[in-house]
Design a protein around this ligand. Sequence first.
Ligand code: DC
Length: 221
Amino acid sequence: MIVAIDGPAGAGKSTITQQLAKRLRFAYLDTGAMYRAIVVAAMKRNTAWDDAAALARLAETAQIEFEGDRVLLDGEDVTAAIRVPAVGAAIHYVADNPQVRHHLVEQQRRLAQGKNLVTEGRDQGTVAFPEAECKIYLTASPEERARRRVEDLRRRGQTATFEEVLADQNNRDHRDQTRPVGRLCKADDAIEVCTDGLTPEQVLERLEAIVRECQTRAHPG
Ligand code: DC
């Protein structure tokens, strides 16, 4: 069974989908980490950001593996390297490239074979797994997402104003929603969950209930 969870940055997807996968005893796939790993691969090789064909070749040939919480790129642990701000700043070169997306979607389908999987990203229910038995669109208002992000940064000892974070987030949303291939949008048959005013535990319970319902629908009796 595939549970495809899409939604904008800052909706709380990663933490909650990981916990959901644990509860369900499903495998978990963080597809954002794959796009981030290709950025790291390009940085290591000094690939020019405007060389779309070279970026596509990287996505075709790079070995991205998940081992527990660790992300490996061609055998090397890049778990921390994919999270640095420079990767976020360059990610659009990779995520907006249709050929890169094609190769990564193929890898995502291969990784899903024969598994019960919770997969998270922007295009999982629309492009990668249109036949997924359960699709969830996880969102929150822009203000709530920016507020959470500011808190998150403070906890990590970094400072940013609400206005800065909101402006940056609006930019990211716009990019995610307007890229020619794999743009962020709710699949027609996805269930939308808005997390405004909900605790993480409440969101988790809501998602688990949705998956259970989808399971019953997919395998009645
Ligand atoms: O989920 P994240 O913030 O780690 O994702 C990193 C970037 O990758 C983000 O800018 C959106 C992009 N992305 C994508 O285009 N398609 C996906 N399936 C997952 C992430």
